[in-house]
Design a protein around this ligand. Structure first.
Ligand SMILES: [Fe+2]
Length: 108
């Protein structure tokens, strides 16, 4: 079966929307780690989590606008972020090791 251009566009938009939602959830996870880290590595991890969060945050608008360029509809409703994302939102109090492990865990 040969995919039509419309089918390909729909698949690309779905992927862009998933990655947009993933970027926001990952950003929020990094902010949690940034605010929650502690111990002898506090300074380095605090700054690292902030840097990673800022890099991801910068991607969110780019992903949404690429979807718009393909006549898609980006994730605009905040209630749709979690159902669309495949990145798990961080929950609860975590050890520093657990935060680092969550941060580097594969998302697919
Ligand atoms: Fe900060």
């Amino acid at each position: 079966m040969v995919a039509t251009l419309e089918t390909k566009q729909t698949e690309v938009v779905k992927t862009l929307n998933r990655e947009q939602a993933n970027a926001l959830v990952a950003y929020l996870n990094y902010k949690k780690y940034h605010w929650s880290t502690f111990g002898p590595l506090f300074r380095d991890l605090h700054l690292l989590f902030e840097e990673h969060g800022n890099e991801i945050f910068a991607m969110i608008d780019e992903l949404a606008e690429r979807s718009l360029m393909l006549d898609g509809k980006p994730v605009a409703d905040p209630a749709q972020y979690l159902p669309t994302a495949t990145v798990e939102p961080s929950e609860g109090d975590l050890s520093v090791r657990a935060m680092v492990e969550e941060a580097i865990a594969p998302t697919i």
